[in-house]
Design a protein around this ligand. Structure first.
Ligand code: FVH
Length: 293
């Protein structure tokens, strides 16, 4: 059965950790016949009570459905779980977080075994699964035909965004977003460290932070436009020379507050290098030139 036939597509899910369990619950709630397998069998029991069929081995679980979803700890666990399973004619969807290189290698590995392959990068945490208004989604890349066949089933737990035939693109964009998030959390940590010892209402301050970051976020589009055009100097609102001068105030404030600047310094060092290279009239986009290949 495919998404083009009446009824609910049966599927198999390998991996019942926090994410796998959340996914499984939504497919069961939507009425999809679901076969599950987990290395530690006890984790399948609550799902079996909800109607899932618990397979004794991964190979048996794979044999049960044309659509096989894996959501395991890492790529090594995918290899381990699928060794010995017959993937001929299967559509393998790998929601395990990994690198673009791992996704491309896994795609080739699956194709050699007769399967179509989709890699998925989950942009959600388990409580967002099955909650459409949470804004969660999964990036998918790899076989367009497999995505088209199973789009409706894959979109049951959370949104589904297909980003290309290159199997590495989902992981690449997943990791790029997670990397941006890491920078955001670094900034938030520094900001809270600056104010937390003062008589400042941290909950009110949190709202100031959210409002400010929300107001700044659209600058992301300007960065994309500048990178696309290669022009970093036209219409610049805040130039690099001004920002580097402003960094002195950020660093002195950290010192006054007794807070380490270690989260800020690597980025500030790059800004200074770009300025020294003679690009003071640019926006901050030129810093990216110092990072890439
Ligand atoms: N949870 C989250 O917030 C994030 C959100 C974004 C996406 N990630 C990725 O999703 C993958 C699974 O994450 P998870 O939250 O389900 O992880 P755990 O709860 O730790 O469950 C791990 C499952 O993997 C099984 N497992 C581990 N090693 C092996 C192995 N060698 N062979 C077979 N299975 C293995 C483990 O089994 P068990 O410990 O219960 O026996 C769990 O089923 C992950 O890539 C996140 O980065 C989640």
């Amino acid at each position: 059965m495919t998404d083009n036939t009446p009824g609910k597509t049966p599927l198999t899910l390998l991996g019942l950790g926090a994410m796998g369990t959340a996914l499984a619950r939504t497919w069961l709630a939507a009425g999809h016949p679901l076969t599950v397998w987990n290395r530690t069998p006890a984790r399948a029991e609550p799902l079996a009570a909800l109607g899932a069929r618990a397979a004794g081995t991964a190979a048996e679980a794979v044999a049960a459905s044309e659509l096989v979803v894996v959501c395991l700890l890492d790529d090594a666990s995918v290899e381990e779980a699928l060794t010995g399973a017959d993937l001929t004619g299967k559509d393998l969807v790998d929601l395990t977080t990994g690198t673009p290189g791992q996704a491309r290698a896994r795609a080739a590995w699956a194709r050699e075994r007769g399967a179509r392959f989709l890699d998925g990068g989950i942009m959600a945490v388990p409580p967002m699964i099955g909650v459409p208004e949470s804004g969660g989604y999964v990036f998918y890349s790899g076989s367009r035909a497999a995505f088209d066949t199973h789009h409706r089933t894959l979109a049951v737990p959370t949104g589904a965004r297909y980003v290309g035939e290159d199997a590495g693109f989902a992981a690449l964009q997943d990791v790029a977003l997670l990397s941006a998030m890491t920078g955001m959390f670094a900034g938030l940590s520094h900001a809270f460290a600056l104010v937390r010892e003062e008589n400042i209402d941290l909950k009110e301050f949190a709202q100031f932070l959210v409002d400010w970051l929300t107001a700044m976020a659209p600058a992301t589009h300007t960065t994309a436009e500048e990178l696309t055009s290669g022009d970093y100097t036209t219409g610049v609102v805040s130039n690099l020379a001004m920002m580097v001068a402003g960094n002195t105030t950020l660093l002195r404030t950290a010192e006054e507050q007794g807070v380490s600047s270690e989260l800020l310094l690597p980025f500030m060092d790059l800004m200074e290098r770009r300025l020294k290279d003679g690009h003071g009239d640019e926006s901050g986009t030129g810093v990216i030139e110092l990072l890439g290949r």
